[in-house]
Write a protein that binds this ligand. Sequence first.
Ligand code: ADP
Length: 398
Amino acid sequence: MKVLVINCGSSSLKYQLIDMTTEEALAEGLVERIGIQGSILTQKVKGRDKYIVENPLKDHQDAIELVLNSLVHEKFGVIKSMDEISAVGHRVVHGGEKYSQSVLVDEEVMKNIEEFIKLAPLHNPPNIIGIKACQKLMPNTPMVCVFDTAFHQTMPEKAYVYPLSYEYYENDHIRRYGFHGTSHKYVANKVAETMKKDIKDLKIITCHLGNGVSVTAVDGGKSIDTTMGFTPLAGTIMGSRCGDIDPAIVMYLVKEKGYNIDEVNEILNKKSGILGVSGVGTDFRDIRSAMGENNKRAILATDIFGYQIKKQIGAYAAVMGGVDAIVFTAGIGEHAPEVRIRALTGLEFIGIKLDTTKNDSHEVGDGMLISAEDSGVKVYVIPTNEELMIAKETLALV
Ligand code: ADP
């Protein structure tokens, strides 16, 4: 059985065709600049040269048509016909309070995720467009929505209700939702598997450190708290997002600096985080080079990054009454020992002891243990695989 996983952004689309027997990606690809001049598809198949198509693509339907053509391409494809695709799993960012699980797409589901556009104005619209385009081209193939928010729907009220007037929660659904759920769920399960323990018996802190950053407390397999909030702007410092700041700073920027609300939005989302602090860039590799040249602000950005993750580990160990395992994942989590050492040093008092040699290793493979032999808490680096998780959830529903 083969499942196509689609992750639609506003002008890009990532995809993978996964063989569910081996759980291997037969092909993976990226379509960029959809609806803008210079549209391009890049498809990778293990052991082959990249397949690149530069074709004008006016919309997502054109893009998905090109994806399907590339998958069945005589020379560069991996399947003979579209009929070999048993189901399509779509990443959908916001499932509101309605969806705590993945669901098969039907009219009601579509209506609901359209309703959630007001909660995720940047993300849900392209996700919806992607589903509709697939439905047109593959009308008889079942489709599944896998929500970024679903895994966090198990949080207790005290973790998700903001201390605002309660009416904003009741009437406007302003609350903590949390994101990256598919990734947190995947790595938490992977840790349990690696430790050969039932996830129900484990207290795990999952740190997804990519361009976006979120940390989650997973108690007995359930998310009980997470750092992202009403939107993915909340939490710890990120590539270009500020994370949690004093909300009064927003008023100050408007009143004293004269910015309008769109400008403030741009400042907090695009000009803050490690970019804002370092002045170097959003990519940690650039921060690393700058640190090599003793750039003080690049060092400060990395210090803030590690410090904030450390505070979060402490907080989540406290709310769970202990911690058995910590896992680092996503671009920075997997590849930045500089951040991990800052996040983990000094936590011996709760049983965390890092093996600094292992921490410096770049041989992550399927996952590596970076805590010392005698560490009470196991610390792992595990590459996330949101696509495989989406494919698994899709398979389970069809
Ligand atoms: P996204 O949140 O966009 O899915 P990723 O999980 O792919 O992001 O993470 C992307 C980020 O990971 C990059 O912006 C960069 O900061 C960081 N990163 C990727 N590779 C490395 C590396 N080799 N060393 C340090 N940081 C890296």
